[in-house]
Design a binder for this molecule. Structure first.
Ligand SMILES: [Zn+2]
Length: 473
């Protein structure tokens, strides 16, 4: 090795030492606190028991319903019982989409009763329902190829296998309007889920304002694939569908908020949250009762550990994530003036599978749009990610050390778009997509130890965010 190369190597190693020493000292400095949070989380079954109470005493809770009102009252009492300060509600207005009688059956080639769930925000069918032929497509390209000649007056069925939520959900969200563009009279969507026991998965649709609004429902995977087979055989599929739902706009609802007030920098905020509303089937256990209770459990674990974080840790249970995001948007509007004081916002909304780590989101609602990132923004993101990664040694006992750039959550999307660094939780979602938005999303499928580990990981991260020097921005 030539002397110059050797000198450069030595210099670069010397440069690395202070960084390694800092990373080591940060982990060492906070290891006792992290251990206390971990211990408090593993010893407590409070959050698990509270979630069971929410599921069994309130049950599912769609925005605008009296059940969601009951859940909001329950959440205030529960946050107070857990020792949070400044517990209060913040009013927002939400749509109330009310499901009525729903039925569908094939008439030809044979009568089969279909398992359906109307898509949230769908218009109802006319009185007496709709009877029409079904055309089955496997993609938007196939729909475009059929055009008006192949679609007009028919019911379009999107039979698209689950290829990950982000990839498949556009068929549910945008599919009805795109079918209406070619004159379809109704739309059916193969349930956006990875597994089915004849359990249709509901979820919201998004109509395009300028196109006719046609009624739309999800069908179970079993029923969707049956109609696909019929179409492949050349059978004429005739179907009857009735959806009796109703949309009541502007119902009062609320986000629920509680805090651990910071001991040194109380005006600086670390927000943790999930959404309290759910779809109107099942118990809203995984989506997203457990996300709420994991964030509250994390705050309680910090208190139980006897710790006093420097910054304020604020727990928010948002309303109306599922069909409008008026909770998240209302929160942004009400807090616009103080968003500069938000150190980070973390959302837990992908169930209770084993926690794998966290993702840093600096785009929020803009994530799905094409964004040009300047070199300065890129450097900031890299610095933020490096800071977050420096907490990873504390998450090693939980095997939750995967820290990368990624998404965060729908509820915090509006404030992340305003510059608040967003953090999402990475879970093993294998079983989440099987029951998401179905009747089967019930408390019995929540595993207590996974919940305790999620709580510990959230608690450790929240505490570090409330203590850290440096910024994710
Ligand atoms: Zn959710």
């Amino acid at each position: 090795m030539c002397a110059m190369v050797k000198a450069m190597l030595v210099a670069s190693l010397i440069q690395m030492i202070p960084f390694a020493a800092n990373a080591q000292s940060l982990a060492d400095r906070y290891r006792p606190a992290a251990g206390q949070i971990l211990g408090a989380s593993l010893q407590s079954s409070t959050a698990y028991d509270q979630l069971g109470e929410l599921c069994d005493h309130v049950g599912n809770r769609i925005s605008g319903s009296t059940r969601l009102d009951q859940a909001i009252t329950w959440a205030v009492k529960t946050m107070q019982a857990d020792g949070l300060q400044n517990v209060h509600t913040e009013k927002v207005f939400v749509p109330y989409w009310k499901r009525g009688v729903e039925k569908a059956w094939t008439i030809s080639p044979q009568r089969h009763e279909l398992s359906i769930l109307g898509l949230g925000m769908s218009v109802p069918t006319p009185k007496g329902g709709i009877t029409a032929d079904v055309v089955v497509v496997g993609s938007f390209d196939e729909l475009d190829k059929l055009g008006e000649a192949g679609v007009k007056g028919k019911i379009v069925l999107y039979d698209v296998p689950f290829a990950g939520y982000g990839k498949t959900v556009p068929y549910r969200f945008a599919g009805p309007s795109l079918a209406a563009k070619y004159g379809a009279v109704a739309a059916l969507v193969r349930s956006v889920g990875s597994l089915s026991f004849d359990t249709p998965h509901t979820g919201t649709l998004g109509y395009q304002e300028k196109l006719p609004k046609i009624p739309a429902a999800a069908v179970s995977i079993e029923n969707s694939t049956m109609m696909r087979r019929m179409a492949q055989r050349g059978d004429r599929i005739q179907l009857h569908i009735e959806l009796e739902n109703e949309l009541i706009p502007n119902q009062p609802s609320a986000n629920v908020v509680g805090e651990i007030v910071g001991s040194e920098k109380p005006q600086e905020i670390v927000l943790l949250g999930g959404h309290l509303d759910s779809w109107d089937v099942g118990q809203g256990a995984q989506d997203d009762g457990v996300g709420c209770m994991n964030t509250l459990g994390a705050a309680k674990a910090i208190l139980d550990a006897g710790l006093h974080p420097k910054r304020t840790i604020r727990v928010v249970f948002f309303t109306n994530e599922e069909n409008g995001d008026f909770g998240g948007k209302g929160y942004r509007d009400a807090h616009k003036a103080e968003l500069g004081n938000f150190v980070a916002a973390l959302e837990s909304d992908s169930g209770n599978g084993p926690v794998k780590g966290f993702s840093l989101d600096l785009h929020g609602e803009g994530r799905n749009k094409t964004i040009t990132i300047s070199p300065e923004e890129k450097a900031r993101a890299e610095n933020g990610l490096a800071l977050l990664k420096s907490f990873a040694p504390l998450l090693e006992p939980l095997d939750a050390t995967k820290i990368e750039m990624g998404g965060s959550g729908t509820d915090i999307g509006p404030i992340v778009s305003e510059g608040v660094p967003g953090i999402g939780v990475s879970h093993d979602t294998t079983h989440y997509w099987e029951i998401h938005h179905t009747k089967a999303d019930t408390f019995d499928k929540v595993i207590k130890l996974d919940m305790q580990k999620n709580i510990a990981a959230l608690g450790i991260l929240a505490y570090m965010l409330a203590e850290m020097e440096g910024t994710l921005r």
